[in-house]
Design a protein around this ligand. Structure first.
Ligand code: LLP
Length: 467
């Protein structure tokens, strides 16, 4: 049996609470601040604490696996995004949290209380937002194939904006609005031809994909023309989303340049000024010590400067700028805890550490080759670190949670593992693969924990199965 220890690295106890993918990090404080929620500390017993609660206590109370959210950290990030914009018109927040990253009724209430708007992209997300009494006027409804029923519900609820994504949808919505005697505010989603520096499946503004109207091909201008023909639609602006997990503003610069060019062309052709420009979401977060995201203030300042400059160039009044961060608000406040079930050293290869969840609660590693940071959370250890692979319990060899994890070489069944930065797109993309039961979502705040979404039970599975 061999467990390769990191030869020159510090003792594992020195690199708590985070250990990076490519080796124990040089600058521990920077990593802790970037990857873990702000409340993450080691208690005197060595167990990781989040929101003032020990993960051991959380595991005992809520079971494992479980998604934990540091409520204060979530709210602080939401507030920082809004504050970065400075003053704005009442009821028209420039920041819309992208619900697809993760939404529950409590999250919708946090977003409402912090003054954010909310971007929803399905009837289900709309239903959760409305059930939480989220102010409908602060909702933006997205989607490349909204059903008639979804459009009707959006109109009946009075959502603030509907983002139009196809010619069929423009006519469909116009008809539904006319028959109800309402005039919804709409935006036209354009694809600006930017290849965002991200995984192919999460880049959305290059030409060859399903979202939006192509700017270079002329369909964006055609869509605007078609919307303007409909009395029952109020065109308020242009929407662009270039992708996700983006770290620099270069892609946004090109997007803003092209989107503002379209606003100028609309002014020139129709003599109208569209008041809004939504540049979407996509701002990256740190999953490992190698990721280095800018903070909200700098990003917003950068975006404002770019849009201001472009508008100046075209002699246009600067439109009201909005953004839709999902991951950048909810990613880092979320941590998943798992219980180790087996430890399997493979001679000359690596050690496989199996946990009680896997690809059903975090598909991102398998789907995007995403990298994560994880630690043994229930105790500290003086054992030398070893390079391990954290895998799930699903019947598939691609069922990997953390491809390369530095874990103490004395990791044993029963230890708790915590995986950082799982607050975005893990619960919302979770599945029941192998009839796994989806874990609960638990908020922690000032020494207490509260279940936001309960764990699924076998009774839930059986209730859907009509035999
Ligand atoms: N706005 C629109 C129109 C979007 O399509 C998205 C993400 C966002 C905002 C929020 O993007 P964020 O700030 O969270 O990056 N499941 C993938 C990401 C796909 C995101 C799709 N749209 C993942 O796990 O990384």
């Amino acid at each position: 049996m061999s467990r390769a220890a990191h030869p020159a690295g510090p003792r594992y106890a020195d690199v708590l609470p985070g250990a990076g993918v490519s080796g124990p990090p040089a600058d521990l404080n920077a990593l802790v601040a970037k990857v873990w929620p702000t409340s993450a500390v080691r208690g005197e017993d060595g167990a990781l604490r989040l929101g003032g609660v020990s993960v051991a206590a959380l595991a005992a109370e809520h079971g494992t696996p479980a998604y934990l959210i540091d409520e204060r950290d979530w709210r602080t990030r939401a507030r920082a995004w809004l504050a970065a914009f400075g003053d704005f018109e009442a009821g028209e927040p420039p920041v819309h949290y992208a619900a697809k990253a993760f939404l529950s009724k409590a999250i919708a209430r946090w977003a409402a209380e912090e003054g954010l708007g909310l971007d929803v992209c399905s009837g289900g997300e709309l239903a959760i937002a409305l059930a939480a009494d989220f102010p409908a006027g602060r909702l933006t409804f997205h989607g490349n194939n909204k059903s008639v029923e979804e459009l009707e519900r959006a109109l009946d609820a009075g959502v603030g904006r509907i983002v139009l994504d196809s010619f069929a949808e423009i006519d469909r919505l116009a008809e539904l609005a006319a028959s109800r005697g309402v005039r919804p505010r709409v935006m036209v989603r354009i694809t600006v031809g930017v290849e965002a520096h991200t995984h192919e499946f999460i880049a959305t503004a290059h030409e060859d994909q399903k979202f939006g109207f192509s700017l270079s091909g002329g369909s964006a201008a055609d869509a605007v023309r078609q919307v303007l023909k409909h009395e029952s639609l109020e065109l308020v602006g242009i929407h662009s989303h270039i992708g996700s997990q983006i770290f620099d503003t270069a892609g946004f610069e090109v997007a803003a340049h092209r989107a503002v060019g379209l606003l100028a062309a609309i002014r020139d052709e129709y003599g109208i000024r569209l008041p809004e420009l939504d540049l979407g979401g996509g701002l990256g977060i740190a999953y490992t010590s190698e990721d280095d995201p800018a903070d909200a203030f700098d990003i917003v300042a950068g975006l404002k400067a770019i849009v201001g400059r472009e508008c100046f160039g075209y002699g246009l009044q600067v439109p009201r700028l909005t953004v839709e961060p999902g991951r950048a608000i909810s990613g880092t406040p979320g941590v998943t805890i798992y219980r180790v079930g087996t430890v399997k050293p493979l001679d000359g290869l690596r050690t496989y550490v199996s946990v009680d969840g896997g690809m059903s609660d975090n598909i991102r590693t398998a789907l995007y080759d995403a990298a994560y940071t994880c630690v043994v959370a229930s105790r500290v250890s003086d054992a030398p670190p070893m390079l391990a692979r954290v895998v799930g319990k699903h019947c598939e060899s691609g069922d990997i949670v953390v491809r390369d994890a530095w874990l103490p070489s004395d990791v044993v069944p029963g230890d708790l593992l915590a995986v950082a930065a799982t607050g975005a797109y893990c619960r919302s993309m979770a599945s029941n693969y192998n009839h796994a039961l989806r874990p609960p979502v638990v908020a922690v705040l000032e020494g207490t924990s509260r279940t936001l979404v309960r764990r699924e039970t076998e009774a839930d599975l059986l209730a859907l199965d009509l035999g």
